[in-house]
Design a protein around this ligand. Structure first.
Ligand code: KG4
Ligand code: ZN
Length: 350
């Protein structure tokens, strides 16, 4: 069974060929065309530019994925495409392309939730992990915890009430004039700084989520308070120094202190949820799972608490289409084929 995965939810045009070899997922190719260079100039993703670039790149990226995977169109047994959540104009490029290709080939098409793709990147990398598992999906658009008791079924345990962790990284980097995307830049600078140089105010989430009052919010996240604290700190320092640009020593200390708080919060909530639900394993996926401190702390805590932690390799952490093909395999096995009138959905829930 050979699946062609397609992902265009944000600023990466991606295609991959994944083969199911008697239940084991084998990545034959994983091609990503990044638009970072285009959006960097604007300090963040410009949706209209993103969708236009997807249109330019999609054919070449898919052809490259097939060639790298030593496959032809005739070898493709099914297609899997990201239906949402994401930028609507970007999603539409992938969905339209995949629908057309599936129709032309007479092959089934599966619609995949982008977050399911991030979750399945753990299975794609490591094979079956012990269940029940608690999985943290932490990216530029999402910070959510899921409980998985059966493969392919995801129960939401908690999520961010405001900014996603990656979004906080990107906004803080922008505020400091460090460029886009902020995560990898802050991660690198933080390694040279003092992580206890700045004390941030605590975040308390005692009130229920206004958008979902029925949900128990004990495993929710919030990063907007920290972002505001960073903003206030930077403004104060700029006023004190009488200069826009903070000295490098201050920037690395700020990066380290900010990163420490974000990582501590993510680890703390994830391990609490795992304990609460008696999880046998933990997964961490999504762009921010590429963070060096998050990986180190998660592994150290895994040893202390005797619960295995699984993180995908860097290529499978950030947006890619191999994870979409993997999530597609699950739905294909369950017979969940998309109808011909499939449409993209910007805020598709998982
Ligand atoms: O999963 P992803 O590629 O796209 C979304 O679905 O959002 O995640 C992108 C996010 C960006 O916010 C980026 O700054 C962050 O992941 N990121 C990182 C690191 N690498 C990427 N954040 C912290 N540390 C990193 N090393
Ligand atoms: Zn993503």
């Amino acid at each position: 069974m050979l699946v062609l995965g397609i992902e265009t939810s944000c600023d990466e045009t991606a295609a991959a060929v994944v083969e199911d070899v008697s239940g084991r997922w084998d990545i034959r190719s994983n091609v990503v065309a990044s638009q970072v260079a285009i959006h960097r100039e604007w300090g963040g993703v410009v949706p209209e530019l993103a969708s236009r670039q997807h249109v330019r790149d999609i054919c070449g990226v898919v052809e490259r994925a097939l060639a790298d995977g030593r496959a032809t169109w005739a070898d493709v047994d099914a297609l899997a495409v990201t239906q949402g959540p994401g930028l609507i104009g970007s999603l539409l490029v992938g969905v339209s392309f995949a629908k057309s290709a599936a129709w032309a080939l007479g092959k089934p098409l599966v619609a995949v939730n982008h977050l399911a793709g991030h979750i399945e990147s753990i299975w794609l990398e490591h094979g079956p992990i012990a269940l029940p598992a608690v999985v943290l999906v932490v990216s530029g658009g999402h910070t959510s915890l899921y409980l998985i008791t059966h493969e392919g079924e995801y129960t939401l345990l908690g999520r961010t009430r405001d900014d996603a962790a990656g979004e906080a990284y990107d906004k803080v980097a922008k505020l400091l004039g460090l460029g886009y995307p902020g995560g990898p830049i802050i991660d690198r600078l933080a390694q040279q700084g003092n992580d206890v140089a700045i004390r941030w105010p605590g975040t308390r989430l005692t009130n229920p989520d206004r958008n979902a009052p029925e949900r128990d919010g004990r495993f929710d996240f919030s990063f907007s308070g920290l972002k505001t604290a960073v903003l206030r700190h930077v403004r104060e320092r700029q006023a004190a120094l009488g200069a826009e640009q903070l000295p490098r020593e201050e920037i690395v200390d700020l990066a380290a202190s900010f990163q420490r708080r974000v990582v501590d919060t993510l680890i703390d909530r994830t391990f609490s949820a795992a304990r609460w639900h008696a999880a046998k394993s933990i997964g961490i996926a999504g762009g921010v799972s590429a963070n060096s401190r998050l990986r180190e702390e998660a592994m150290a805590k895994s040893v202390r608490s005797e619960i295995p932690v699984y993180v995908p390799s860097l290529a499978l952490s950030t947006d890619n289409a191999a994870m979409i093909a993997a999530a597609g395999m699950r739905k294909l096995a369950a017979g969940q084929i998309a109808a011909a009138d499939l449409n993209a959905a910007a805020s598709l829930p998982l």
